[in-house]
Design a protein. Sequence first.
Length: 214
Amino acid sequence: MMEKNISRAVISRLPRYYRCLEKLMYDHVDRVSSTELAEMMKVTASQIRQDLNTFGGFGQQGYGYNVQNLFAELTKILGLDREHNMVVIGAGNLARAFTNYIGFKRIGFYIKGLFDNNPEVIGQTFHDLTVKPMEELADFIKEENIEIGILAVPWEYLNEAASDMISAGIKNIWNFAPGGLDIEVPDDVIIQNENLSDSLIQLSFIVTAAGQGR
């Protein structure tokens, strides 16, 4: 299934499906039609059917979708039926916020370690995690079965930190450092770049276009 060339647009909608189905289960809804799901997702019913057919369909004509079954299937598709161990590179304010965010654990993502090369922060403890030196990263990744690395460093250290992470064995990178689009990684490394300012800039445009800006 994962060998298919699934578009980024479909992938971007999968977390929304997950949240919608989770809410339906919380509300004790047993089944949902593509039309009802489309209203929740703010897309068309045909888009719902097209997206889900990418992974096998799961619906029945005249019945719709069994909410619990579809949620279980989507959980598997998203890899949320197992635990994922992570480390954070960089021990600044953003990294510390990550260690305090309980939402990661709720869906099976666990931050196991914090790493930095700044002697002033190495040895400090944040939310039960002691900052370790970068020299210990490779051994830690093997010992703790680390699957994902989070980059939370200033942009000037981005390439160095990414290189250290990849050399230590990390193949999946979640990058919050500015300039992530400039990182060159090997073909077998997956990188997801985030920019915390982008959504705010988009909101600024919408507010300005609507004439609500001062």
